[in-house]
Design a protein around this ligand. Sequence first.
Ligand SMILES: [Zn+2]
Length: 273
Amino acid sequence: MEFSNYLAALDRAPAAKAKCGYCMYEFNALGKEDTICIFCENLVSNAQDAAVFSAEIAGAISKAQAAAGSNDWETATKTLDSIAASSTDPKLTYVISIFYRYFSDFSYYSINYSMPGFMEQNAAKIRQGLDLTTRWKELMYRTLSQIELKIKSETPADETLLWLRFIAYIKLRNLADAKTALKDLLYLGKKDVLSEYAQMVLYVELNDKKSEGALEAMLKNGVLTSFYYLAKYLARNKKSDGAKQILEKLIKRNAMPIALPLLNKISAEESHY
Ligand SMILES: [Zn+2]
């Protein structure tokens, strides 16, 4: 597998504006095919689907997204908390959890390790990061229990819910349950972006050799987030230079939110050698 070919393709690819109906994030997708959101990893489809949330909820999420984009965390968290309190919809609870996960990552990677003496400012950031970690995990577990309730009452199970259950377990690093969730998703028998993407994510997280073929297929389809998983796979296999190159490119192209913490982690691990 020649990764540099895909990197070159990433440079050449025309950008198509895409907007996620879940988290309202806007980004430059590769082409106009169905793709995966680079903020919350939900399906971004060009089909004229019904809106995911009510106009009021969508408006609140857009407000939080704009506030997060300008590092106004107070407005972002206040807005999100106001809609989280009454959320019984796992799709909404998941999206809010992803926001908090992003805030917690952001809080950790803004720690300045080069500050001299007792780092009071850093200590505050670490505390804040821990609080935010507790918050996103709590919301992610709530997402999972809300999904279980819905799946029990809905037959056949909705593909989006099965996908969410899978990716929620991935975010929580519970790979055993993610594996079971993937089986249920694949059992639907749909050969679409979501199921292929889910299979690739699990291979990469397990650092399975089959990652390479699965990654290649996704890269060919121009799914931007698969470059993030490619970087992860390379970093885990002693190719952190290639991984960093990919992540820097993604950040430059899109300010890809999930790429920043990974780049930071790879760089921090390197500094231990
Ligand atoms: Zn999204």
